[in-house]
Write a protein that binds this ligand. Sequence first.
Ligand code: GLU
Ligand code: ZN
Length: 461
Amino acid sequence: MSSTGTITRFAPSPTGELHLGNARTALFNWLLARRDGGRFLLRIEDTDAERSKPEFTKQLMADLTWLGLGWDGEVIAQSQRGAVYREALDKLERAGRVYPCYCTPLEIEVSRKSQLASGRPPRYAGTCRNLNDTQRAAKLAEGRKPTLRFRSTEAGRVEFVDLVHGEQRFECADIGDFIVQRADGSAAFFFSNVLDDALSGVTTVLRGEDHLSNTPRQLLIAMALELRAPTYGHLSLITAADGSPLSKRHGAKSLRDLREQGYLPKALVNHLFRLGHSSDLHDLLDLQALAAGFNPAHLVRSPARFDPVQLEVWQRQAVHALSPAEALEWMRPQLPASLDAASASAFAAVLHQNLLLPTDAAFWVQVVFGELPAHDAEGTALIAAAGPAFFGAAAAAIRTHGTDWKAVTAAIREQTGRKGPELFKPLRQALTARRDGPELAPLIALMTPARAIARLERLSS
Ligand code: GLU
Ligand code: ZN
């Protein structure tokens, strides 16, 4: 079923930062294009001049790059394409498929309310559909600025197969005549969106479910322009664990937030891959493997629940998989600037598998290079139970055997009769103020045996 002809795209409006929902949309389109050896395009839908900001465009391009979702060819910006839209609108005008509508927003709103009040679904009442030239001139003379509406009512019905939701059927009478050009002369979203897709040869559009009801309008426009519309798949919403729309309140963060916190792109793409897309691939995979395993037929209709704990599971695996050099890069902001290169590398290598986020390194920086943090109650009890003689023996063992860990533990065992957890737990507590963490031997090497001995001797009397 593969086809190198597959062209997908991501078409964000640069009116805010990307969050997990947008990122998933971008990811799925990217995976589909890469799976098929096709193309993945980036189009910036910046026609809303007031809300669109160049810094959001810059940011989202940086976010996509960080995730590893590179695009093919030039980025298209809709703000630069007014002439293209104008030409297509002219064509529809000449064909009589659109007409000027002089109704004000207030008039439309009044009509909408009265339809709702009488239990009818609101749609354009057709007020301006059959005006003659004299009537139009009179409306213009009143200073009204017309929109252009698409004559959809004649078309009967629109049917299409959605990749996620299956067969869809919309009656044109229910759609009503809709606006394709705003009063300020700019093309409406439905219009520029489908026109650009068709002109770029986009074959498949995966996008949010909130756009499903726009699709019949877009298909009508494409048909009227004799253009080939893409196949659509509308992705289920991502919700919070309680089923409500994901929001900041649920800890829904922008990609920038997540990146700044130290989440790894690999963790995010692995998590997103399984949000609303069922898969029997359970390992941490790179993008190439995710692309090979992506299947639009496995997109799920029901809302996808975002579980921050699940993201943490992927993050742990992704951190685990870092090479020592990558680990160092990842946690470098947390390391003391004065640390020499060799110690920094060794520290990162020893520690990174125990961390979720780079900030978790702060505690261990303190343990290894600073003052020992205070023991908690359980730790204090553990130290008391082991007793001064145990720590005296441990200090002596390190003094004699340095970082030869086998020899150190053998000596402690011989002196104290303690072994296994009986030996390691109090030792770890005394040296790190914790009962879990990275391997002790390399930690002692990093903190230096002298410092370890001092910590143990303090407890030996
Ligand atoms: N600019 C639209 C959005 O961000 C694009 C929708 C689509 O992908 O067609 O929602
Ligand atoms: Zn009107």
